[in-house]
Design a protein around this ligand. Structure first.
Ligand SMILES: [Zn+2]
Length: 204
C-alpha cells in the first residue's frame, strides 16, 4: 500500500498562494513552500511532524543511490504515502492522491445525480449578486457586491482557485465582508471561523 503511491499525480499547483492557504486551512502554510518560490529553494531539513498540504511527515523511508530522501507521510484521509522529499518541498505532492481525486470529483457539476456542492456554491453566489429576485440579493448585489470576471466566466476557474470544499460544514466566506467575490477575498470556512473573523479586534 505504501509503495503504490510513489508515482502519484501532482495536485493542482497553479493556484495563487492565498487559495492554497484557504483550501488547507490557516495552519498549513508549509504547503506553500516552493509553490511560488522556486527561485529560492528551502535548505532547512525536513522534520517528523512537518505538514505539506494533507501530508504529515512520519519517518524516513529510504535514501536512494543519488541521495534522494523518501519519507513516509500520513495523509489526512487515513492513507500513507512514500514521497520524495523534493516533491514535498516544491508543493508538487500535497496528498496521497486523494486531493486530486476530490478536485476531479468537484469538477463535475453533477455527481451522483446531484449538483456538486462547489457548483451549487458558484451558481448561488452569482444569483445573490445578480438576480434581484433572489432572497438575500439586497445584502449582496444590492450592496454592490460582485463576482469577479474570472469566476463569472467559468466554474472551472472558480474551482481551481477555491479548491474542493473541505467538508459539508464549510461554506464560501468573504474575508472582507464589504469586498467582492474574488480569489483573494474568498476562502472556505466553517460557521465558527466566519463568526470569529467578523468579531471586532478589541473583543479578542
Ligand atoms: Zn489522502
Amino acid at each position: 500500500m505504501i509503495g503504490r503511491v510513489r508515482s502519484m499525480r501532482s495536485d493542482i499547483i497553479s493556484q495563487p498562494e492565498q487559495r492554497i492557504t484557504s483550501l488547507l486551512g490557516p495552519n498549513h502554510t508549509l504547503s506553500l513552500i516552493g509553490v511560488n518560490s522556486m527561485a529560492k529553494p528551502t535548505v532547512s531539513p525536513l522534520h517528523v511532524g512537518d505538514r505539506f498540504g494533507r501530508l504529515v511527515v512520519e519517518r524516513l523511508n529510504h535514501v536512494d543511490t543519488r541521495f534522494n530522501r523518501f519519507w513516509v507521510c500520513a495523509c489526512d484521509c487515513g492513507k500513507s504515502a512514500v514521497v520524495y522529499q523534493g516533491n514535498l518541498r516544491n508543493g508538487h505532492t500535497r496528498s496521497c492522491g486523494c486531493l486530486q481525486q476530490d478536485i476531479m470529483r468537484a469538477m463535475q457539476t453533477i455527481h451522483g445525480g446531484r449538483q456538486t456542492p462547489e457548483y451549487r456554491t458558484w451558481r448561488h453566489m452569482a444569483q445573490r449578486c445578480e438576480n434581484p429576485n433572489t432572497r438575500g440579493f439586497k445584502n449582496y448585489g444590492g450592496r454592490g457586491i460582485t463576482v469577479c470576471v474570472r469566476w463569472r466566466r467559468s466554474f472551472a476557474n472558480f474551482l481551481a482557485d477555491m479548491g474542493p470544499r473541505p467538508s459539508p460544514f464549510h461554506s464560501i466566506d468573504r474575508i472582507n465582508n464589504d469586498g467582492n467575490y474574488t480569489p483573494k477575498n474568498c476562502r472556505w470556512a466553517t460557521k465558527s471561523q466566519q463568526r470569529r473573523n467578523q468579531r471586532p479586534q478589541f473583543e479578542r
